[in-house]
Design a protein around this ligand. Structure first.
Ligand code: 173
Length: 318
């Protein structure tokens, strides 16, 4: 009887390998389409769709117009989408440890070798039901941008737009903070709801924030992380050929992450050209400002995750 069923299944469906269909994965970006932090992901999608003809395709649903950025993590975890372009700060509700990527002081090639990547991968498996495919932004410092000047490293009296990336640091420095998605920054500045915001060195022109920004505080701190994740069930359903197209494209993508550094210089110039002045903490003041950023950042991660925080620090720190 069993043999009969197996035989008829073969007749109806054919052997699995012969009927392997092209699979289409649904992808979302937590950054607006065509903007700096979505662009690499869109190139990744183009590559997969070119290399994966007849094998695997990605259907790009779009950016925050399709889904609010802080909901992307949950959508990925539950399989509402198969793939996501997202930064750790946007899904700390599910995995607080993900925000620690901003604190890496070693290249991803080293973190993939020293056990740090594996350690994080186990947490992605457990808390996100996901596989971390590629980090495509690195060597890209965050800065504080302001509508009014400051003359010392003290943020008392300032109300600043944040995400979890900046929360501990800006609060330690005396600021009042308000969390918003990137899409709400322009309006918050325009209405004077905030006196400034945290953001990396690149991308402030994408959503027009330069119009409202008067000062950038130097030095920058941390290293922005934006990565491509895939839902574990979606991954497990792929056959070897489909997995290969995706992983080859992921390796290709992550290899370009250090190139982010090239854009840092040109955007710094562009900010200058737009009339954005710098408030620069030099020498010891600058070093102390950066040291405080890392100190506050790690303290925040370790408070959120006493179990994993110290271990992650040993892999990520200099
Ligand atoms: O400021 C942000 O929205 C944020 O957390 C972030 C993280 C990585 C890249 C760009 C922005």
């Amino acid at each position: 009887m069993l043999r009969f069923l197996l035989l008829s299944a073969l007749v109806v469906f054919g052997p699995a390998t012969a009927v392997a269909q092209e699979v289409t994965l649904k992808a979302i970006s937590s950054f607006a389409e065509k903007t700096f932090y979505s662009r690499n992901f869109e190139r990744f999608i183009e590559k997969v769709n070119a290399d994966g003809k007849g094998v695997v395709q990605i259907n790009f649903l779009g950016g925050p117009k399709a889904m609010p950025p802080f909901e992307v993590g949950n959508a990925l975890k539950t399989g509402v989408v198969d793939m996501a372009n997202v930064t750790g700060a946007f899904y700390t509700n599910l995995m607080p440890e993900a925000d620690a990527w901003k604190l890496t002081e070693k290249p991803m090639t080293e973190i993939r070798k020293n056990g740090g990547f594996e350690y994080m991968a186990a947490i992605y498996d457990q808390k996100m039901n996901a596989i971390f495919l590629a980090r495509h932004v690195d060597n890209n410092p965050f800065h504080l941008y302001l509508t009014k000047p400051i003359d010392k490293p003290d943020l008392t009296g300032l109300k600043l737009r944040i995400t979890p990336v900046y929360r501990d640091f800006f609060q330690t420095m005396g600021a009042t903070v308000v969390q918003t998605a990137p899409g709400e920054v322009y309006t918050a500045l325009e209405r004077g709801v905030v006196d400034g915001y945290g953001w990396p060195i690149t991308g402030i022109f994408d959503l027009g924030w330069h119009e409202k920004t008067k000062f950038r505080v130097d030095p920058g701190f941390y290293s922005a992380e934006v990565s491509v994740l895939i839902n574990k069930d979606s991954w497990n359903k792929l056959n070897a050929a489909q997995k290969k197209v995706i992983s080859d494209a992921a390796v290709w993508l992550e290899a370009q992450a250090p190139d982010t550094v090239k854009e840092n210089a040109s955007e710094t110039e562009r900010q200058k050209g737009a009339g954005i002045q710098t408030v620069e903490f030099k020498g010891n003041d600058g070093a102390a400002f950066r040291a405080k950023a890392y100190e506050a950042g790690w303290a925040g991660i370790i408070k959120q995750s006493p179990e994993h925080g110290p271990k992650i620090r040993s892999f990520f720190s200099k």
